[in-house]
Design a protein around this ligand. Structure first.
Ligand code: DOR
Ligand code: ZN
Ligand code: ZN
Length: 345
C-alpha cells in the first residue's frame, strides 16, 4: 500500500449557482473525495457568474456549508466589474480570466481591459487564464510587462507548451496545467465518442499529446481536471451541446495508471497533483489528511458508482492500474474502496 497526500484540483466547475442540475457542492465534493482529491478550486463561470464580492460571499458560504472536502472559490474577471477587483482580491483564492470563448458568459477582450485586470489583481494571488493559441502569447506578455504571475489553464497544443517552456527559460513568472483528457485522448477519440468529448480546448492531434508528455517532467506544473459536468441529455442535444467533460473521479486513477506503466514517476504525480498546486495557489496545509493507494490493483473504470451528478465519464471502460483504497480527511475516514462513507445517511 502506498500513502500519498490528499490531491489538489485547481480547476473544477461545481455549477453553483444556476447549474445545480449538473453538479452542486455536495455531489462535486463527493466525486472529488472518491477520486482521492481533498481540495478543489471552483470556477466562477456560473449563472450568474461570480464577478462581485457579494456573488463570491454567497457562493463561498454555500461551498463551506455543503462541501465534503475543502473548496476554494475563484472570482471571474469582467470588464464591467473592474471596480470589484480590490474587494475580490481580499477574498477569492485566485482570479479566472477567460480570453477565449467557452461555456458561460465570461470573456474579456481588448487590450485595455486585459491590461487593467493584470495590473489591478493583487500580485500575491494567481491570475489563471483560459487562453488558447495566440492568446497564450498575450498572457505571457502581460506576465512579462507587469511582472506578475500568470497561470495557464488546460494547455493542450504542442506550440503552446513550447512557448510556455521558452517563457519559463527566460525566467518569466508563468505556470501551467494540463488536463487528463488532453493527456489520454486525441481528436480520433472524438470520432467514436462524438459530442460527449466536445470540450474547450478541443481534443488535439497525437503530435500535441506527445508534446505534452515530453514536457510532463519539466514545463508542466499541475494536472488539473477542468471537471466540467453537463448532463447526458445536454451533451447529446442536437443543437449546441455544451462543451466539457467530468474528470474528478478519473484523474488520479489515470495518472496512477501512467505511473504503473513508467510514463512518469509516482513522485512526479504527487508534484503535479499536490505539491505544485499548493505552492502556486498558496493553499493551506490539510492536517491529518492522506490517501492510501494500491499501486498493483487492476480494474476497469469506474469501479464504483459515480458521485458526479452528471453520472457519466469519458473514461468508462478504461483499464486502470492503481486503486484508491482509502481517503482520510482531517482525521476521519471518508472513502473506502470507492464508497464515500455515510453519504446517503
Ligand atoms: O470544455 C469546457 N467546459 N471548457 C471550459 O473552458 C469551460 C467548461 C465548462 O464550464 O463547461
Ligand atoms: Zn477554460
Ligand atoms: Zn474550466
Amino acid at each position: 500500500m502506498m500513502r500519498l497526500p490528499g490531491m489538489v484540483d485547481v480547476h473544477v466547475h461545481l455549477r453553483v449557482p444556476g447549474g445545480e442540475h449538473k453538479e452542486d457542492f455536495r455531489t462535486g465534493s463527493a466525486a472529488a473525495l472518491a477520486g482521492g482529491v481533498t481540495t478543489v478550486l471552483a470556477m466562477p463561470n456560473t449563472h450568474p457568474p461570480i464577478v462581485s464580492r457579494n456573488d463570491w460571499n454567497i457562493a463561498q458560504e454555500k461551498a463551506f456549508s455543503e462541501s465534503l472536502c475543502d473548496v476554494f472559490m475563484y472570482a471571474g474577471a469582467s470588464a464591467e466589474h473592474l471596480d470589484q477587483l480590490p474587494a475580490l482580491g481580499e477574498k477569492a483564492v485566485a482570479l479566472k480570466l477567460y480570453m477565449d470563448q467557452t461555456y458561460g458568459p465570461l470573456r474579456v477582450e481588448g487590450l485595455k481591459a486585459l491590461s487593467d485586470i493584470a495590473r489591478l489583481w493583487p500580485k500575491h494571488k494567481m491570475l489563471a487564464v483560459h487562453a488558447e493559441g495566440t492568446s497564450i502569447a498575450v498572457g505571457i506578455s502581460l506576465a512579462a510587462a507587469y511582472n506578475r504571475p500568470v497561470h495557464f489553464c488546460h494547455v493542450s497544443r504542442k506550440e503552446e507548451i513550447e512557448l510556455i517552456a521558452a517563457a519559463k527559460q527566460q525566467g518569466l513568472p508563468v505556470t501551467c496545467e494540463v488536463t487528463p483528457h488532453h493527456l489520454f485522448l486525441t481528436s480520433a477519440d472524438a470520432e467514436h465518442l462524438g459530442s460527449l468529448v466536445d470540450m474547450r480546448p478541443t481534443l488535439a492531434e497525437q503530435r500535441d499529446v506527445d508534446a505534452l508528455w515530453d514536457h510532463i517532467e519539466t514545463t508542466i506544473d499541475c494536472v488539473a481536471t477542468d471537471h466540467a459536468p453537463h448532463t447526458l441529455d445536454e451533451k447529446n442535444a442536437a443543437q449546441n451541446p455544451p462543451p466539457g467533460v467530468p474528470g474528478l473521479e478519473s484523474a488520479l486513477p489515470l495518472m496512477l495508471t501512467a505511473a504503473s506503466q513508467g510514463r512518469l514517476s509516482y513522485e512526479r504525480v504527487v508534484d503535479l497533483m499536490y505539491t505544485n498546486p499548493r505552492k502556486i495557489f498558496s493553499l493551506p496545509e490539510q492536517p491529518d489528511t492522506w490517501i492510501e493507494v494500491d499501486p498493483d490493483a487492476k480494474y476497469v473504470f469506474p469501479d464504483h458508482p459515480l458521485y458526479t451528478k452528471c453520472g457519466w465519464s469519458p473514461f468508462s471502460d478504461f483499464p486502470m492500474q492503481g486503486k484508491i483504497r482509502k481517503v482520510v480527511f482531517k482525521g476521519r475516514d471518508v472513502v473506502r474502496d470507492g464508497e464515500v462513507l455515510d453519504y446517503y445517511s
